[in-house]
Design a protein around this ligand. Structure first.
Ligand code: MD3
Ligand code: FE
Length: 204
C-alpha cells in the first residue's frame, strides 16, 4: 500500500503520494457511492448565503454543514437522516497514518467538479487540536495550497493526485489551506470526472 516516504510540506504537514493503489481507489469510490446513496451530496451556502462551489456530504457520528445560521457539526444531514457509518476501508487508512488511538468521528466528503475550489481557511471547529486531520484524494488532480497559522503569510502549493493521502498535525494542524483549482480530465477514476476528497477528523 504505502510505497514511498511522505513529503513534509512544513513541520506536521505530510503528503504520501501514491498511498492507495488503483484497486484501492476503485473500492473507495464504491464505498463513497454507498455513502452518497444514503446521505446525498448537497451544496452548502455560507452564512452570507453564497453557495459553495464544492458539494458535500458526510459519514460518521458528525457531519459538517453550513447554511444561513453558520457552519457547524451536526448529527443529521440537512434532509434529516443520520449520517451513514464511516467505511471500514477509510478507517483503515486513518489507522495507518494518523498516529492516534482515537477513531475519526467525521468523514467529510467533498466533491469538486471542473470549476470548484475552496478558499484558504483553517479547520478549527474541532475540540482537540492534538487530533490530526487526514485527507484522501480521489479522481482529478487538485492544486493544494498551505500557509502558516496566520492569514497573509507565505504559502506553498502541491498537486494532490488520486490515491494521495495527507496528514495535518502538530504545528500544521491550524495552518491555513485550500484548493485553488482542479485539473479536469486528469484522472480516469470517476467516469464523469471530478475530484472527491475525504477529510477525516475527531470532533469532540
Ligand atoms: C494537504 N478540504 O474540507 S483536505 C476541508 O481537498 C478541506 O477538499 C480540502 O480543507 C480538500 O476542510 C483539503 C485537508 C488537508 C489536510 C491535511 C493536509 C490537506 C492537506 C496536509 C498536507 C497537505
Ligand atoms: Fe480544511
Amino acid at each position: 500500500m504505502m510505497d514511498r516516504d511522505p513529503i513534509e510540506l512544513r513541520p506536521g504537514a505530510r503528503v504520501w503520494h501514491g498511498f492507495i493503489d488503483r484497486k484501492g481507489q476503485e473500492a473507495l469510490v464504491d464505498d463513497i457511492r454507498r455513502v452518497v446513496a444514503a446521505a446525498p451530496l448537497f451544496r452548502p451556502v455560507t452564512a452570507r448565503g453564497r453557495p459553495m462551489s464544492v458539494r458535500m456530504t458526510s459519514a460518521g457520528v458528525y457531519g459538517w454543514v453550513s447554511d444561513r445560521s453558520g457552519y457547524r457539526y451536526e448529527t443529521r444531514h440537512p434532509e434529516g437522516m443520520a449520517w451513514p457509518a464511516i467505511p471500514d476501508r477509510v478507517l483503515g487508512i486513518w489507522r495507518a497514518v494518523s498516529g492516534v488511538e482515537r477513531a475519526p468521528q467525521c468523514c467529510l466528503v467533498n466533491f469538486y467538479d471542473a470549476g470548484a475550489k475552496m478558499g484558504l481557511h483553517q479547520d478549527r471547529d474541532e475540540a482537540d487540536f492534538a487530533m490530526p486531520v487526514v485527507s484522501i484524494s480521489l479522481g482529478d488532480d487538485a492544486l493544494f495550497r498551505i500557509g502558516g497559522t496566520e492569514r497573509g503569510g507565505a504559502t506553498k502549493s502541491v498537486w494532490l493526485g488520486s490515491g494521495d493521502v495527507a496528514v495535518l498535525s502538530g504545528e500544521a494542524r491550524l495552518a491555513y489551506h485550500g484548493i485553488d483549482r482542479i485539473r479536469p480530465g486528469s484522472s480516469t477514476l470517476l467516469p464523469r470526472g471530478g475530484r472527491i476528497n475525504l477529510t477525516l477528523r475527531v470532533v469532540d
